[in-house]
Design a protein around this ligand. Structure first.
Ligand SMILES: Cc1cc2nc3c(=O)[nH]c(=O)nc-3n(C[C@H](O)[C@H](O)[C@H](O)COP(=O)(O)OP(=O)(O)OC[C@H]3O[C@@H](n4cnc5c(N)ncnc54)[C@H](O)[C@@H]3O)c2cc1C
Length: 161
Protein backbone atom coordinates (compact mmCIF):
# COMPACT_ATOMS: atom_id res chain seq x y z
CA UNK A 1 0.00 0.00 0.00
CA UNK A 2 1.47 3.40 -0.94
CA UNK A 3 2.11 6.04 1.69
CA UNK A 4 -0.67 8.63 1.43
CA UNK A 5 -0.59 12.04 3.10
CA UNK A 6 -3.31 14.68 2.87
CA UNK A 7 -2.39 18.29 3.59
CA UNK A 8 -5.60 20.08 4.44
CA UNK A 9 -7.36 22.72 6.51
CA UNK A 10 -10.46 22.32 8.66
CA UNK A 11 -12.63 24.65 6.60
CA UNK A 12 -11.83 23.30 3.12
CA UNK A 13 -14.69 21.30 1.54
CA UNK A 14 -12.45 19.72 -1.12
CA UNK A 15 -10.16 18.43 1.64
CA UNK A 16 -13.16 16.67 3.18
CA UNK A 17 -14.00 15.19 -0.23
CA UNK A 18 -10.48 13.76 -0.64
CA UNK A 19 -10.59 12.25 2.85
CA UNK A 20 -14.12 10.89 2.38
CA UNK A 21 -13.01 9.24 -0.87
CA UNK A 22 -9.94 7.64 0.73
CA UNK A 23 -11.96 6.43 3.71
CA UNK A 24 -14.63 4.96 1.47
CA UNK A 25 -11.96 3.11 -0.50
CA UNK A 26 -10.30 1.89 2.71
CA UNK A 27 -7.04 3.72 1.99
CA UNK A 28 -5.08 4.60 5.15
CA UNK A 29 -3.66 8.12 5.12
CA UNK A 30 -1.91 10.66 7.30
CA UNK A 31 -3.81 13.92 7.73
CA UNK A 32 -1.86 17.13 8.24
CA UNK A 33 -3.63 20.35 9.19
CA UNK A 34 -1.58 23.08 7.54
CA UNK A 35 -3.80 25.67 9.21
CA UNK A 36 -2.11 24.91 12.53
CA UNK A 37 1.22 23.32 11.53
CA UNK A 38 3.35 26.06 9.92
CA UNK A 39 6.34 23.78 9.25
CA UNK A 40 4.19 21.32 7.36
CA UNK A 41 2.49 24.20 5.52
CA UNK A 42 5.92 25.28 4.29
CA UNK A 43 6.73 21.73 3.24
CA UNK A 44 3.42 21.48 1.35
CA UNK A 45 4.25 24.65 -0.63
CA UNK A 46 7.72 23.29 -1.40
CA UNK A 47 6.50 19.97 -2.75
CA UNK A 48 3.43 21.27 -4.61
CA UNK A 49 4.71 24.65 -5.78
CA UNK A 50 1.53 26.41 -4.69
CA UNK A 51 -0.46 27.43 -1.58
CA UNK A 52 -3.86 25.78 -2.12
CA UNK A 53 -5.28 22.79 -0.27
CA UNK A 54 -5.87 19.94 -0.45
CA UNK A 55 -2.54 18.49 -1.51
CA UNK A 56 -2.31 14.72 -1.48
CA UNK A 57 0.95 12.85 -1.80
CA UNK A 58 0.92 9.22 -2.86
CA UNK A 59 4.48 8.02 -2.38
CA UNK A 60 6.35 10.50 -4.64
CA UNK A 61 3.33 11.68 -6.60
CA UNK A 62 1.80 15.05 -5.70
CA UNK A 63 -1.89 15.63 -6.40
CA UNK A 64 -3.13 19.21 -6.07
CA UNK A 65 -6.81 19.77 -5.32
CA UNK A 66 -9.60 17.21 -5.42
CA UNK A 67 -8.55 15.38 -8.59
CA UNK A 68 -11.34 12.83 -8.77
CA UNK A 69 -10.05 11.27 -11.98
CA UNK A 70 -6.54 10.66 -10.65
CA UNK A 71 -7.78 9.42 -7.27
CA UNK A 72 -10.09 7.01 -9.06
CA UNK A 73 -7.22 5.77 -11.23
CA UNK A 74 -5.10 5.15 -8.15
CA UNK A 75 -7.67 3.87 -5.69
CA UNK A 76 -10.95 3.29 -7.56
CA UNK A 77 -12.41 -0.13 -7.04
CA UNK A 78 -12.83 -1.96 -10.33
CA UNK A 79 -14.41 -4.92 -8.56
CA UNK A 80 -17.53 -3.13 -7.32
CA UNK A 81 -19.48 -4.59 -10.26
CA UNK A 82 -23.14 -3.73 -9.85
CA UNK A 83 -22.82 -2.37 -6.32
CA UNK A 84 -23.88 1.26 -5.95
CA UNK A 85 -23.62 3.77 -3.11
CA UNK A 86 -26.89 5.43 -4.05
CA UNK A 87 -29.98 4.27 -5.92
CA UNK A 88 -32.40 6.96 -7.09
CA UNK A 89 -35.83 6.06 -8.44
CA UNK A 90 -37.15 8.67 -10.85
CA UNK A 91 -35.35 11.07 -13.16
CA UNK A 92 -37.53 14.12 -12.72
CA UNK A 93 -35.95 17.38 -11.50
CA UNK A 94 -35.56 15.97 -7.97
CA UNK A 95 -33.92 12.69 -9.01
CA UNK A 96 -31.62 14.28 -11.60
CA UNK A 97 -30.51 16.97 -9.16
CA UNK A 98 -29.81 14.38 -6.48
CA UNK A 99 -27.90 12.31 -9.05
CA UNK A 100 -25.67 15.22 -10.09
CA UNK A 101 -24.68 16.00 -6.53
CA UNK A 102 -24.15 12.37 -5.57
CA UNK A 103 -21.85 11.98 -8.58
CA UNK A 104 -19.97 15.13 -7.64
CA UNK A 105 -19.29 13.54 -4.26
CA UNK A 106 -17.94 10.50 -6.12
CA UNK A 107 -20.77 8.29 -4.96
CA UNK A 108 -21.43 5.52 -7.45
CA UNK A 109 -24.97 6.40 -8.38
CA UNK A 110 -27.69 4.62 -10.33
CA UNK A 111 -30.88 6.34 -11.47
CA UNK A 112 -33.78 4.11 -12.55
CA UNK A 113 -36.67 5.87 -14.22
CA UNK A 114 -39.52 5.45 -16.68
CA UNK A 115 -38.31 8.58 -18.44
CA UNK A 116 -35.84 11.43 -18.08
CA UNK A 117 -37.32 14.77 -17.10
CA UNK A 118 -40.44 13.64 -15.25
CA UNK A 119 -43.31 16.11 -15.27
CA UNK A 120 -40.96 18.75 -16.63
CA UNK A 121 -41.10 17.14 -20.10
CA UNK A 122 -44.85 17.80 -20.16
CA UNK A 123 -44.46 21.45 -19.33
CA UNK A 124 -44.19 23.83 -22.26
CA UNK A 125 -42.71 26.51 -20.01
CA UNK A 126 -40.93 26.29 -16.68
CA UNK A 127 -41.73 29.55 -14.97
CA UNK A 128 -39.62 29.30 -11.87
CA UNK A 129 -36.18 27.93 -11.14
CA UNK A 130 -35.66 27.75 -7.39
CA UNK A 131 -32.59 29.58 -6.16
CA UNK A 132 -32.04 31.73 -9.25
CA UNK A 133 -31.99 35.48 -8.44
CA UNK A 134 -34.69 36.40 -10.97
CA UNK A 135 -37.33 34.42 -9.12
CA UNK A 136 -36.19 34.81 -5.53
CA UNK A 137 -38.20 38.02 -5.22
CA UNK A 138 -41.39 36.02 -5.69
CA UNK A 139 -40.75 34.20 -2.44
CA UNK A 140 -39.96 37.25 -0.37
CA UNK A 141 -43.63 38.05 0.10
CA UNK A 142 -45.85 36.26 2.58
CA UNK A 143 -46.40 32.59 1.91
CA UNK A 144 -50.06 32.24 1.00
CA UNK A 145 -52.18 31.22 3.94
CA UNK A 146 -49.35 31.26 6.48
CA UNK A 147 -48.84 34.95 7.17
CA UNK A 148 -45.10 34.15 7.16
CA UNK A 149 -42.57 36.49 5.66
CA UNK A 150 -39.56 34.46 4.42
CA UNK A 151 -36.55 36.64 3.64
CA UNK A 152 -33.46 35.70 1.68
CA UNK A 153 -30.26 36.03 3.66
CA UNK A 154 -31.87 35.52 7.06
CA UNK A 155 -31.67 32.39 9.16
CA UNK A 156 -34.25 31.20 11.58
CA UNK A 157 -33.08 30.95 15.21
CA UNK A 158 -35.24 27.86 15.60
CA UNK A 159 -35.35 25.06 13.01
CA UNK A 160 -39.06 24.63 13.65
CA UNK A 161 -39.75 28.35 13.40
C1 LIG B 1 -47.80 20.72 -17.45
C2 LIG B 1 -46.91 21.01 -16.25
C3 LIG B 1 -46.33 22.28 -16.11
C4 LIG B 1 -45.52 22.57 -15.03
N1 LIG B 1 -44.94 23.82 -14.92
C5 LIG B 1 -44.12 24.10 -13.89
C6 LIG B 1 -43.46 25.36 -13.79
O1 LIG B 1 -43.63 26.23 -14.61
N2 LIG B 1 -42.65 25.58 -12.75
C7 LIG B 1 -42.42 24.61 -11.81
O2 LIG B 1 -41.64 24.86 -10.89
N3 LIG B 1 -43.03 23.41 -11.87
C8 LIG B 1 -43.88 23.15 -12.89
N4 LIG B 1 -44.49 21.93 -12.94
C9 LIG B 1 -44.28 20.99 -11.85
C10 LIG B 1 -42.91 20.34 -11.94
O3 LIG B 1 -42.75 19.80 -13.24
C11 LIG B 1 -42.87 19.28 -10.84
O4 LIG B 1 -43.05 19.92 -9.60
C12 LIG B 1 -41.54 18.60 -10.87
O5 LIG B 1 -41.36 17.94 -12.11
C13 LIG B 1 -41.47 17.57 -9.71
O6 LIG B 1 -40.22 16.96 -9.81
P1 LIG B 1 -39.93 15.54 -9.17
O7 LIG B 1 -38.55 15.14 -9.61
O8 LIG B 1 -40.21 15.61 -7.72
O9 LIG B 1 -41.02 14.54 -9.74
P2 LIG B 1 -41.43 14.19 -11.23
O10 LIG B 1 -41.12 15.28 -12.19
O11 LIG B 1 -42.85 13.74 -11.11
O12 LIG B 1 -40.49 12.97 -11.61
C14 LIG B 1 -40.70 11.67 -11.11
C15 LIG B 1 -39.93 10.69 -12.01
O13 LIG B 1 -40.02 9.39 -11.42
C16 LIG B 1 -40.39 8.46 -12.41
N5 LIG B 1 -41.06 7.38 -11.72
C17 LIG B 1 -42.12 7.45 -10.89
N6 LIG B 1 -42.41 6.24 -10.40
C18 LIG B 1 -41.49 5.39 -10.92
C19 LIG B 1 -41.27 3.99 -10.80
N7 LIG B 1 -42.05 3.20 -10.03
N8 LIG B 1 -40.25 3.43 -11.49
C20 LIG B 1 -39.43 4.21 -12.28
N9 LIG B 1 -39.61 5.54 -12.42
C21 LIG B 1 -40.64 6.12 -11.77
C22 LIG B 1 -41.25 9.25 -13.36
O14 LIG B 1 -41.34 8.64 -14.63
C23 LIG B 1 -40.48 10.57 -13.42
O15 LIG B 1 -39.39 10.50 -14.31
C24 LIG B 1 -45.31 21.59 -14.03
C25 LIG B 1 -45.91 20.31 -14.17
C26 LIG B 1 -46.67 20.01 -15.27
C27 LIG B 1 -47.28 18.63 -15.41
Amino acid sequence: MPKVTVYSTKSCPYCRMVKAFLERQGVPYISIDVGTDKEQAKKMVEISGQYGVPVTTVDDEVIVGFDAQRLNELFGDEKTGELYDVLIIGAGPAGLTAGVYCARKLLKTLIISENIGGQAIESWSIENYMGFPKIQHRYRGSLPGTGRDPRAGETSPNPGD
